[in-house]
Design a protein around this ligand. Structure first.
Ligand code: NCD
Ligand code: ZN
Length: 360
């Protein structure tokens, strides 16, 4: 479907988000609507406490997500299994065969939020990866090494060399999504790899570099993992996302944490971008003169990679300046969204409401 582009209105095939953290309990209740409104499907991350490692746990979580989505929104959570050193390949394969698990997520142990039960050595996954390769189940990787002698800004590039490239060579049929890439090394690697390798790119890594964390004071709301890198990396990400290359597609990595957990002596990693996600991507694509390529990135390349049908509905972005709220509050939950207090030029319209109804 060609995007109906005019200076003031952008109609896109309904997009999907290929990387989200929806959390659980009160937080899930507060954030689910922000993903389920624009996005028809989302790959939901399994890093709950405890993590989702069984088919039964994934079924239960899927039910809780669906219960948290407001009536009238058509949304399908796509579940993932959290890989551990001990996970049983049979459990993974059964979940895949029963339509519960779409993919598996590799967190190197200790790499990020709730990754304590993650994988300590990729070689321990040989049987699991073998099985995933044979059933065509994608592996989603948090691509950072955790060795203490590796500088945090180098952890993604070193992961490619030490883990990703050798693993792809050992499993030549394994499909891999390199999640939330942040470096020109990752862009180059994915571009050069064969068609079974793709990458997601977040809105925030397209918008700021590492200065946003440190200039003028410590900015905990810009802290996420992988951490933002230097400007030339951001430029490489922008070029990749807007290039029309189907190996790069939308994955927000929206990762809400309460304000107190972010503004702390040991603040949590994660940016809550869901409420501004599509608008933020539109900002980048417009700045790059590539609005006509937003639809491929947001709505087409992801489903093609995962072998899923394209969505049939549409969403409309209107050129309409609006101010992003400072905080979002729901019950006991207080979260600060990406772009809090800032202005955005594009605004998602609610297809179910009249033109002038405030959608959120
Ligand atoms: C994520 C989270 O909070 O769960 N945090 C983040 O900074 N992106 C975990 C992750 O994807 O690394
Ligand atoms: Zn994530």
């Amino acid at each position: 479907m060609p995007a109906a582009t005019s200076p003031d209105r952008l109609v896109l095939r309904r997009p999907d988000d290929w990387h989200v953290h929806l959390r659980d309990g009160d937080m899930l209740a507060a954030v689910a609507r922000h993903t389920a409104w624009p996005f028809a499907r989302a790959i939901t991350m399994p890093n709950l406490v405890p993590p989702i490692t069984t088919v039964e746990a994934a079924r239960g979580y899927r039910e809780r997500i669906l219960a948290a989505v407001p009536a009238g929104l058509d949304f399908e959570p796509l579940m993932t299994a959290y890989l551990t050193d001990e996970i049983d390949p049979e459990e993974i394969a059964r979940g895949h065969a029963e339509g519960v698990f779409t993919a598996c997520k590799l967190y190197p142990a200790g790499a990020t939020t709730n990754s304590a039960s993650g994988v300590t050595d990729i070689r321990r996954l040989d049987r699991v990866l073998e099985r995933m390769q044979s059933i065509g189940m994608p592996l989603l990787v948090h691509g950072e090494v955790v060795d203490h002698d590796i500088d945090i800004f180098d952890r993604e590039a070193v992961f490619i060399e030490r883990i990703l490239a050798p693993t792809l060579a050992r499993f030549p049929g394994l499909k891999v999504v390199f999640e939330h890439i942040t470096t020109c090394e990752a862009v180059d690697f994915v571009r050069a790899a064969d068609a079974r390798v793709a990458a997601t790119i977040t809105a925030h890594h397209l918008e700021f570099n590492r200065n946003a964390l440190l200039v003028g004071g410590i900015r905990p709301h810009h802290y996420c993992l992988p951490v933002a890198k230097r400007e030339h990396h951001r430029q490489a990400l922008r070029a990749a996302a807007t290039s029309g290359n189907p190996k790069f597609f939308l994955g927000t990595d929206t990762a809400p944490h309460g304000i107190a957990e972010k503004e702390s002596a040991c603040g949590c990693a994660g940016i809550f971008s869901a409420p501004v996600a599509l608008e933020s991507y539109a900002k980048t694509f417009e700045e790059e003169g590539a609005l006509d390529r937003l639809e491929g990135f947001a709505s087409e390349y992801g489903p093609r990679f995962y072998g899923l049908p394209l969505n049939t509905g549409t969403v409309t972005l209107q050129r309409q300046s609006w101010t992003v709220p400072d905080t979002l509050e729901a019950g006991s939950v207080r979260i600060r969204p990406f772009h809090a207090g800032g202005a955005l030029a594009w605004r998602l319209q609610d297809a179910r409401a009249s033109e002038d109804t405030e959608p959120r």
